[in-house]
Design a protein around this ligand. Structure first.
Ligand code: ATP
Ligand code: MG
Length: 260
């Protein structure tokens, strides 16, 4: 049965998309069947996998607003086992149009119901906002993955995110869980990164993954080549860290036994 995981944090630029793309790609290399859904009109997950959103005939907008079957919009990617439900800037219109739609919070959930079991994991990359697109993702999801950037103000806004998660749990998705917190852009040379990491572990305890993602230029370069880090530079520190995050998540699920 497929697990739906949303990368969420209304703060911009914290590593949601980088985490979604690279986790999806590594999970696929472990033989899992993965669907990555780009639910951000910026389209960074779409372009980060080498798809040009200007070429797209159909995208998530058509699924959410025009009831297009998700299976007609999903495309294969260059990574075996990894499919993409892409987006385009048109999705920005959906944010507004959804307001007047019936069942506006549950449209993504309904669209995924017929395909959920075709995948081991469906990863939804959320926009930097707590808007209706994010609410749709949280309503469809089983679990959320929260990236936290190891910088000033990192923990600010998390109480607002928590409130949103609670509201969604109360009214739309009672079994929604925080799966894990991922510490991103960790800078080994600053005390600040350590302080943020310590603070996050105090707050969230064992939910914080042991592996931290270092600040690594190769991770920032990879999207402009339309490649996940495992193709762009598999021996970089960023690649090693995302592979390790993937193993942590899989081992916690005991979905595979990974040999050390
Ligand atoms: P948004 O809120 O705009 O959707 P986001 O939370 O999805 O942003 P990303 O797009 O993943 O964040 O990352 C923000 C920027 O930082 C991008 O340019 C990305 O390439 C870069 N980046 C992400 N993670 C790292 C890292 N560990 N080291 C260096 N650069 C990184
Ligand atoms: Mg993003």
């Amino acid at each position: 049965m497929g697990i739906i995981l949303a990368t969420v944090n209304q703060k911009g630029g914290v590593g949601k998309t980088t985490t979604a793309i690279n986790l999806a790609a590594y999970l696929a290399t472990y033989g899992k069947k993965i669907l990555l859904i780009d639910s951000d009109p910026q389209g960074n997950a779409t372009s980060g996998l080498g798809q040009n959103h200007l070429d797209l005939e159909k995208c998530l907008y058509d699924v959410l607003i025009d009831n297009e079957d998700a299976s007609n919009v999903i495309r294969r990617t260059s990574i075996v086992g990894l499919d993409l439900l892409p987006t385009s800037p048109r999705l920005a219109g959906a944010e507004v149009e959804l307001v007047n739609e019936p069942e506006r919070e549950t449209r993504l959930k309904a669209a995924l119901a017929p395909i959920k079991d075709n995948y081991d994991f469906i990863i939804i990359d959320c926009p930097p906002s707590l808007n209706l697109l994010t609410v749709n993702a949280l309503t469809a999801a089983d679990e959320v993955l929260i990236p936290i950037q190891c910088e000033y103000y990192a923990l600010e806004g998390l109480s607002q995110l928590n409130n949103t998660l609670d509201l969604v749990k109360q009214s739309l998705n009672p079994s929604l869980k925080i799966r894990a917190i991922v510490l991103t852009m960790y800078n080994t040379r600053t005390l600040l990164s350590d302080q943020v990491a310590e603070e996050a572990r105090k707050h969230f305890g064992g939910k914080v993954l042991k592996t931290v993602i270092p600040r690594n230029i190769r991770l920032a370069e990879a999207p402009s080549f339309g490649q996940p880090i495992l193709f762009y530079d598999p021996s970089s520190s960023g690649a090693t860290a995302y592979e390790s995050i993937t193993r942590e998540l899989l081992e916690a699920d005991q979905l595979v036994s990974v040999e050390e």
